[in-house]
Write a protein that binds this ligand. Structure first.
Ligand SMILES: Nc1ncnc2c1ncn2[C@@H]1O[C@H](COP(=O)(O)OP(=O)(O)OP(=O)(O)O)[C@@H](O)[C@H]1O
Length: 340
């Protein structure tokens, strides 16, 4: 639905905000762009609907290459791309209904049709009864609902979200994220959102790109990245002290919760399992996490093979020089194998 290729943006000041960004957002998914302040997230989002003109590279939305369109064609194409903002960007002199109707007026939709559509939209976002209120009379969450209704007015296929929940309290954030998820499911809306908050990615995103210094450092489906050893996403979602202590093993779970893996390990291989640290959470409804353990004694090598066979990806800290390890060469080979 959105294809960004080799996008570069160099501002007049000489700042390279985007340095060769490639991005593919599938139809109907919620795609999150995560990054710290200054990573280039806002620039990327504004380049996707060409509010910002990229220095080079291409942007294609719903099969139409926006970077090759003239201004009139671009305006038409933009009507199919909704956008919501961190600070809502509502017109304070207009009522809720007036704000939602605004893009329809610009598009020349007749008054009666506008009124019907506005009522529909306010119902969808849970704001019926607020049509005559002014933005100043609304809470932050209600203002963002108006922003969402306005963004959906022209039946867009794509919604861009610029830190839409950053100015909201945790409870309101959850309700807005739930609304976005519902719109995604019910309308098949493709959503590209930028955020610096990991919990937003965990709550709603199917895919993610992690940006650093104008580049995509890592991208993919959240479920796949969680199951990838050493992925940036896994390390950020499930932080553990780094570097891993010598001889430790880090086990990554993605959906295997409920299986008695650790007790099986102890019973079957007669090993001691010492838990050094861990982080377990619900990611997109899937219980996932990382557990750092030390395995000693018994059939340690077989125990490690067992974890591998169960699809529990693990990373090793350096093997200890340990009197309890009768075959240090074997341990060294294991580390080398893992490093490869
Ligand atoms: N209009 C502009 N003119 C010059 N430099 C800019 C402009 N907008 C952004 N930048 C610079 O481009 C880089 C990327 O900024 P951008 O706002 O895209 O990052 P961000 O990841 O969205 O950060 P934040 O979360 O703080 O908004 C920064 O170094 C910023 O100072």
């Amino acid at each position: 639905m959105i294809h960004v290729s080799r996008l570069r943006k160099v501002y007049e000041t000489g700042v390279v905000a985007l340095d060769g960004v490639d991005l593919d957002v599938r139809e109907g998914e919620i795609f999150g762009v995560l990054g710290q302040s200054g990573a280039g997230k806002s620039t990327l989002l504004r380049c996707v609907n060409l509010l910002e003109r990229p220095t080079s590279g291409t942007v294609t939305v719903a099969g139409q290459e926006l970077t090759s369109l003239d201004l009139a064609a671009l305006r038409r194409a933009r009507q199919r791309i909704g956008m919501i903002h961190q600070h809502f960007a509502l017109l304070s002199s207009r009522t809720v209904a007036g704000n939602v109707a605004f893009p329809l007026e610009v598009a020349g939709v007749p008054r009666r049709e506008r009124a019907t559509r506005v009522a529909e939209l306010l119902d969808v976002v849970g704001l019926d009864g607020k049509a005559s209120s002014y933005p100043a009379q609304l809470s932050g969450g209600q203002k963002q609902r108006v922003g969402i209704a306005r963004a959906l007015a022209a039946h867009p296929k794509v919604l861009l979200s610029d830190e839409a929940t950053s100015a909201l309290d945790p409870g309101t954030t959850q309700s807005i994220l739930a609304l976005l998820k519902r719109l995604n499911a019910e309308l098949g809306l493709t959503i590209l959102l930028i955020t610096h908050e990991m919990h937003v990615i965990k709550a709603v995103c199917d895919s993610v790109a992690i940006m650093r210094e104008g580049k995509v450092a890592e991208a993919g489906r959240v479920a796949d990245l969680i199951a990838t050893p050493g992925s940036l996403l896994t390390r950020e979602i499930f932080p553990l002290p780094e570097p891993a202590p010598p001889g430790s093993v880090t086990v990554t779970f993605a959906g295997q919760a409920g299986e008695p893996v650790m007790s099986s390990l102890v019973r079957r291989f007669d090993v001691d399992v010492d838990i050094l640290g861990g982080s377990l959470e619900d990611v997109g409804g899937v219980p996932s996490g990382r557990l750092r353990i030390r395995i000693d004694g018994g059939k340690r090598a077989e125990a490690l093979d067992y974890l591998r066979e169960r699809g529990l990806v693990r990373e090793h800290g350096p093997e200890p020089v340990d009197a309890r390890q009768p075959e240090p060469e074997t341990g060294a080979e294991t580390v080398a194998e893992e490093a490869r």
